[in-house]
Write a protein that binds this ligand. Structure first.
Ligand SMILES: O=c1ccn([C@H]2C[C@H](O)[C@@H](COP(=O)(O)OP(=O)(O)OP(=O)(O)O)O2)c(=O)[nH]1
Length: 509
């Protein structure tokens, strides 16, 4: 867990720097935590869990044959909204949770951390229900921030359940006013140029660029289409388009202060901006059946540590890393890294077997001041004033400030937005991380102060790079010659297939 004080970005760009300071815009830590909580709400449903609860429900119905019980189960499900949660201690992320079919996010955090929640700040994607709040408050948390739309016990559900939802909202208010914890809404306006910067860096990021190389002329439409779909989807989930309804809801959950203008319109604008930003970043690692994180064919084996995660989960974790990259302190490029591990059996968390180990982004040593270290790249002739000997890489920060040990018997995975450099590759392997998910645009690059030669040679760690689905590569290879790209042999899609890929299908998000 890295100290999230500092500055942020994506891949190097020149056009969107702040014209006054020449610096790239940066995501505030509060907005980062809020965005991550929304993103955790979207954690892909765990298949086993879905099946289990389906079986349970079928069993329950078959056994009881009780109509009332059936209605109660289905209305409960509709009424309780899936919720994401980020646990922060001393401005560092210590855990990421998402509610499961059986447990709300707040209860999961309580089970996992118990009294260690004392003095933590919790960021919820919805206002938590009274059952969660009473336990969290009791554990001594410092602050609870929530996204100001429909709460966990939905106020938008059917009339039959709205009485309960209103009662719960009242109980939450009472708990709030009698508790030491500060229960509040934390949303900050984006800094100048942030949105354009995120758009540009998302579009130019390694993942989209790699697809553009494989499918010339298709990426722009594909990226924009994906982004439009995500915006619509996230607005449905996280925004209340009807202003009156939104006002009523804010009144019910004790936010009457925010119902007057200009506060109300400012709040809605900040919410919209953050939703747009999340949709943009999510579109930079598009959900697409032709592309994903795959092992090169020569490295495929049946060992457990070489088994890839489901693509939608890998993609989800990479978007987390992309969000973290917007906190970088490098003036040119943001890199984000997040480490997850898989337990042998399922957690109570909505993340299934996955649990969070740590995260980081590239930044100067903790506590350093703005002008303490040089910021120049290798275009600067004087090597003494280049940044490379000072900046801590995203992977290094994720490893240094991790909040869990990396267990040798478990499958641990690092998701990095940029291919790990020669300094980081041995660290990742030495730490016992079993899999790397990344892009390979930089593989084979050699510069004076930073190089990317070791990743290609790395053995004993599963390497999953963003590439065309190998199953499709086989089809392409049957007819066509190969080309060399970054020193790696890549198939050139035949014209017919390229035509087909122009209609890239969006997978289910
Ligand atoms: O595994 C890595 C590799 C690099 N970085 C960070 C460190 C540094 O802040 C930046 C260096 O990026 P790059 O190699 O692209 O150098 P540049 O000078 O920023 O850009 P250019 O590609 O133009 O040389 O990326 C990481 O966090 N992890």
């Amino acid at each position: 867990m890295q100290n999230l004080e500092g500055t942020g970005a994506g891949r190097s760009v020149s056009t969107q720097t702040d014209s006054m300071t020449g610096q790239i815009p940066r995501l505030s830590k509060v907005n980062l935590f809020t965005l991550l909580s929304l993103w955790m709400e979207l954690f892909p449903a765990v298949e086993g869990q879905r099946q289990k609860s389906q079986e349970k429900e079928e069993g329950r119905h078959g056994h009881l044959g009780d109509n009332e019980e059936m209605i109660r189960v289905s209305t409960d499900k509709k009424q309780v909204k899936k919720t994401g949660l980020v646990v922060v201690r001393d401005m560092k992320i210590v855990d990421l949770h998402c509610s499961s079919e059986e447990l709300h996010a707040g209860k999961i955090a309580l089970i996992k951390h118990g009294s260690r929640l004392k003095n933590c700040d919790l960021y919820f994607s919805r206002k938590p229900c009274s059952a969660c709040l009473k336990m969290i408050v009791n554990a001594g948390v410092n602050r609870i921030s929530y996204w100001p739309a429909d709460p966990e016990i939905s106020l938008l559900s059917e009339a039959s359940t709205s009485e309960d939802a209103k009662l719960d909202a009242k109980a939450v208010e009472r708990l709030k006013s009698n508790s030491r914890a500060h229960v509040c809404v934390l949303l900050q306006p984006l800094v100048c140029c942030m949105m354009q910067f995120v758009e540009e860096t998302s579009y130019k990021c390694d993942f989209i660029q790699k697809m553009a190389k494989t499918f010339p002329d298709t990426n722009i439409d594909f990226y924009s289409k994906c982004r439009q779909e995500r915006i619509k989807e996230y607005e449905m989930l996280f925004f209340i388009s009807n202003e009156e309804l939104h006002k009523q809801m804010l009144m019910t959950i004790g936010l009457e202060n925010l119902c007057e203008n200009p506060y109300f319109s400012n709040l809605r604008q900040n919410m919209k901006d953050l939703i747009l930003l999340l949709a943009t970043v999510a579109s930079s690692v598009p959900s697409c059946k032709h592309y994903g994180f795959y092992c090169d064919k020569t490295e495929q084996s049946i060992g457990i540590h070489n088994q890839s995660l489901p693509q939608e989960i890998a993609r989800h974790c990479m978007v987390q890393a992309r969000l973290l990259a917007y906190r970088t302190e490098d003036h040119k490029i943001g890199v984000g890294a997040v480490i997850w591990a898989e337990k042998k059996s399922q957690n109570c968390d909505g993340t299934g077997m996955m649990y969070f180990i740590g995260c980081g982004y590239n930044a100067f040593p903790v506590g350093s001041e703005y002008a303490d270290f040089p910021n120049m790249d290798d275009k600067q002739k004087d090597r003494e004033i280049r940044k490379f000997r000072y900046i801590i890489h995203a992977e290094q920060n994720a490893l240094t400030f991790r909040c869990q040990e990396i267990k040798p018997e478990e499958k641990s995975m690092i998701f990095v937005t940029k291919c790990p450099c020669d300094e980081c590759v041995p660290l990742i392997k030495g730490a016992g991380i079993k899999q790397i998910y990344t892009g390979d645009i930089d593989v084979g690059k050699k510069k004076a102060d930073i190089s990317y030669m070791r990743f290609g040679e790395l053995e004993g760690v599963g390497k999953f790079t963003w590439q065309l689905n190998p199953a499709e590569t086989c089809v392409l290879e049957q007819n066509e010659p190969e080309s060399k790209e970054n020193g790696v042999v890549r198939p050139v899609p035949p014209k017919e297939d390229m035509h087909l890929h122009k209609k890239l299908c969006l997978g289910n998000h």
